[in-house]
Design a protein. Structure first.
Lengths: 409, 409
C-alpha cells in the first residue's frame, strides 16, 4: 500500500528498520548463503552465519544495524534453539550429572575470571574495569555448542549432557558474579539480597528440572484430550516455553534457561508433530540469533595497535582459561571427555556482551575495552565449532533418523 | 542475567516492551485461551483471537500496547498466513478466473467507496475527509477469510479462488485509490506517476503469478540437489517469500501479496517437509497477527453518542456495500457462489487502518473518525467468519488429510 521508490543501497540500513521484509531478507538470505559457502569448504555452517552478521553489519557493508526488532528475533531464536535442545534431553539423566557439572561450572567461572582480571590489571586498567572484564569472561553461551552437537546428533553423549548441565549452573553463577561485581564497583554489597537472588535462581532451576517432566507427564495427555483448538499441544508447548522464560527472567537467570527447562519438561511427552512445528519456527529464527551475534561486532575500535594486542591476548586467554577450567572440572570422566567438555564451554556469545554493556553503562569500562569484550565474545563462538568437531570426532550419533531431522545451520 | 523484581500488574505494558518473553506469553496465551473458549461455544477460534487483542489492549485491560516489535510479528504472521494459502493454490487455475475476479474487485471497490463517501458527507464531514473514509472502506484484508477457508479445507472451491484472486486485484486497486485520494487532497494529481504505479504493481503481480510457478519448477529441483546446507528447500522458500514481499512493497502492493505470490510459485514443487516447517512458523506467528488486529481498537473514541451512531452506520455500510458489490460482480457464477464471494470479501483488517492513518497524518481526518474507521476494520473481521461459515456450509473439503493439517486458530 506504500508507493515507495526503491532506495539507493546505502539507505538500506535505515529503511530496513521500517521495512520488515527487507530486513528479514537481508539477514536470512546472507546467513544461509554464508552457511552454504562454509559447508562447501568443509567448515561448520553456523560459523558462516555468524560471519554473515559481521559482513552485513556496521563493521563492513553497513546494510543492517542492530535494531530492537532484530534483537528480539535473535532472542527468540536463542530461546527456540535451547527449547529444542531441551526436548532432546532427559532431565533425570541431566540431574545425575549435577555434581560433575557443578564442578565444571565453578572451575569454568574461577579460571576465566582470574585470567581476565589479571590481564586487564597488567594492561594498566583500573581495579573496577579489570573486575568487569573478568566477569564478562565468565559466562558460557551454550547455544552455539548445543547447535553443533544437535547437528551431529550427539546431544545424548555424556560430555554433551555435562556441557548442558554445566551451562545452566554457569548461568546462575554468572548472575551471582555480575551481582557481586556490580555491587563492589558501586561500593555496596548487600549480602542478604545476593543470597536471595542465588536461592531464587537455584530454586527455580532445580524445581523445574526435577519435577517439570513429571508434572507435564500428567498434565499434557489430559489437556491434549480436552482442548478443541487446532494444534493444541503445540500451543501448550509454546505457552510453557514463554511462561518458563518469563519465570527465568524474573528469578534472575536468562530467558534461554527457561526455554531449555521447558524443553526438558516436555521431552518425554511431546509428539513428533509438535517437534516438527517447533523445528520450523527454529529454522526461521535461528539465522537471526547467529547473524545477530556477528552484527554486534564493531571493528572500528581496533584503530590502535595497543587495543589489537589486548584483543588478541584476551581472546587467547578466554579460550585457554575456559578450556582449562572446565576440562579440569571434568577430569574424573577421563581425558577424552574432559577435552570435549573443555572445548564445548568456550563460546561466550551474547552473555559476555551484556556484562560489558552494563559496565559501559556504569561508566566503568571504556569504549575500546567494550569493543575488545564484544570481539572476544564473537571470536570464541567462531573458534569453538571446529574445535568441538575435532574433540567429538570419535563419537557416533545416538540415532541416525534423529540426525537427519537436525542437521542444521 | 537481569535481577529484576516482578513488577506490579499495571506496569506490564511497559515492561512488555523490553521483556520479549513476557510480551510473547501475554499475546500468545491469551489468544489461544480465547480461541479455545470460542471453539467451545461453537464460534470460530480466530474471532476469539482477535477479541483477545481487544481485551489485553489499551481499550480494556491495558496489559499490552501496540509496539514496533508486536507490529513486526503481526506483519510476519500475515505474510506466513498468505504464503501458506498460496502454497495451497494453483496459479494456473487462479489466472483462469482472472476476468470474474477483476469484476468482483472493481465492483467491491466502487460500491464501498461511494457508501463511505456518501455517509461521511451526510454526517457533515469535509469533502476530503469523506473521500478518505471512502478509500479506507475499499481494501479487503484477505487474511481472515483465507484462514477460515483454509481451516475448513475449502481453499480449492471456486468461490475461494475467486476471493483470493479478487483480493490481489483489490490490493492493486486500493493502491491506486489511495494514490488518487492522497493526490486530490493535496490538490495535485500526477497522472503519469499514477499510471506508472499502476503498471508496476500490475506487472509485478501478473508476471509472478503467470511465470513464477514455471520458473520454480525448473529452479527448485536443481538447487535442492546441489545445496549442502540443512533444510535447504525451506531456506530457499523463505528467501523467495521475503524477496517477493520486498518486491511487492517496492512496486507498491502489500508485502502479503508478495508472500502469497511466493506461495503460488512454490505450490507445485514444495515437499511436505517444507510445508510442515512453514506451518510451524505460521502457528507461532498467526496469533500475533490476529490479536494484533484487536490491539488497535481504542474504544475511548466512542465517548459521544454521535460518534457511536456514525460507527454503527459505517459498519453496516461496510458490510452491506462490500457484500453487494462483490456479490454482484460474481453473479455469473450463480447465486450460491455470489453469496460466498460477497461474504468472503467483507473483512477489512489492517488495510483500512493504514489508509485512515495516512489521512490522520495529513490532518485530513479527525481522531474520532479515525477511531470509527479502526472500529469498522476490526468489526468486519469479527462479523465475517460466522457469515463465511454459513455461506460455505454446503461445500465439502477437497481432501480430508489436507484438512487435518490445517485445522487452525
Amino acid at each position: 500500500m506504500h508507493p515507495i521508490a526503491a532506495p539507493p543501497f546505502a539507505l538500506l540500513a535505515e529503511t530496513a528498520h521500517t521495512n520488515i521484509p527487507l530486513a528479514m531478507l537481508i539477514v536470512f538470505a546472507s546467513a544461509k548463503l554464508m552457511a552454504e559457502l562454509f559447508e562447501r569448504m568443509g567448515q561448520p555452517g553456523l560459523v558462516g552465519e555468524i560471519l554473515a552478521g559481521v559482513l552485513i553489519g556496521p563493521s563492513v557493508l553497513h546494510w543492517i544495524a542492530p535494531s530492537d526488532f532484530l534483537t528480539a528475533l535473535s532472542d527468540l531464536g536463542a530461546m527456540f534453539l535451547l527449547f529444542r535442545v531441551g526436548l532432546e534431553v532427559k532431565s533425570s539423566e541431566l540431574l545425575k550429572l549435577g555434581g560433575t557439572a557443578t564442578l565444571v561450572a565453578v572451575c569454568g567461572v574461577i579460571v576465566p575470571f582470574l585470567a581476565g582480571w589479571g590481564i586487564l590489571l597488567a594492561w594498566g586498567a583500573s581495579a573496577n574495569e579489570s573486575i568487569f572484564v573478568g566477569a564478562a569472561m565468565v559466562a558460557t553461551s551454550v547455544g552455539i555448542t548445543a547447535q553443533v552437537l544437535s547437528a551431529k546428533g550427539l546431544l545424548q553423549a555424556t560430555a554433551s549432557q555435562i556441557i548442558l548441565a554445566a551451562a545452566v549452573v554457569d548461568d546462575v553463577l554468572g548472575l551471582l558474579v555480575l551481582a557481586v561485581v556490580s555491587g563492589l564497583s558501586r561500593g555496596q554489597l548487600n549480602i542478604a539480597e545476593l543470597a536471595l537472588t542465588g536461592i531464587l535462581a537455584c530454586g527455580f532451576t532445580v524445581v523445574i528440572a526435577k519435577w517439570g517432566a513429571q508434572a507435564m507427564g500428567k498434565v499434557v495427555p489430559r489437556v491434549t484430550r480436552s482442548l478443541r483448538v487446532g494444534e493444541a499441544q503445540f500451543a501448550m508447548a509454546m505457552c510453557l516455553m514463554f511462561a518458563l522464560s518469563v519465570g527465568a527472567v524474573y528469578t534472575g537467570v536468562a530467558a534461554i534457561v527457561g526455554a531449555f527447562l521447558a524443553g526438558l519438561a516436555l521431552a518425554e511427552t511431546t509428539e513428533a508433530r509438535v517437534r516438527d512445528l517447533a523445528h520450523g519456527a527454529t529454522e526461521l529464527l535461528l539465522p537471526f540469533f547467529l547473524a545477530g551475534i556477528g552484527l554486534h561486532v564493531d571493528l572500528t575500535v581496533f584503530s590502535s595497535p595497543r587495543t589489537m594486542l589486548l584483543a588478541a591476548v584476551v581472546l587467547v586467554a578466554a579460550v585457554v582459561s575456559k578450556f582449562a577450567g572446565c576440562g579440569l572440572g571434568a577430569l574424573r570422566l577421563g581425558k577424552a571427555d574432559a577435552l570435549r567438555v573443555g572445548v564445548g564451554m568456550i563460546p561466550r556469545g551474547e552473555v559476555g556482551m551484556v556484562v560489558a554493556q552494563i559496565g559501559l553503562g556504569f561508566g566503568i569500562i571504556e569504549q575500546s575495552v567494550y569493543g575488545v569484550v564484544v570481539f572476544m565474545s564473537v571470536a570464541t563462538t567462531l573458534v569453538a565449532p571446529p574445535l568441538i568437531n575435532f574433540a567429538f570426532r570419535g563419537l557416533a550419533p545416538a540415532g541416525r533418523e534423529e540426525k537427519e531431522d537436525f542437521r542444521l545451520g
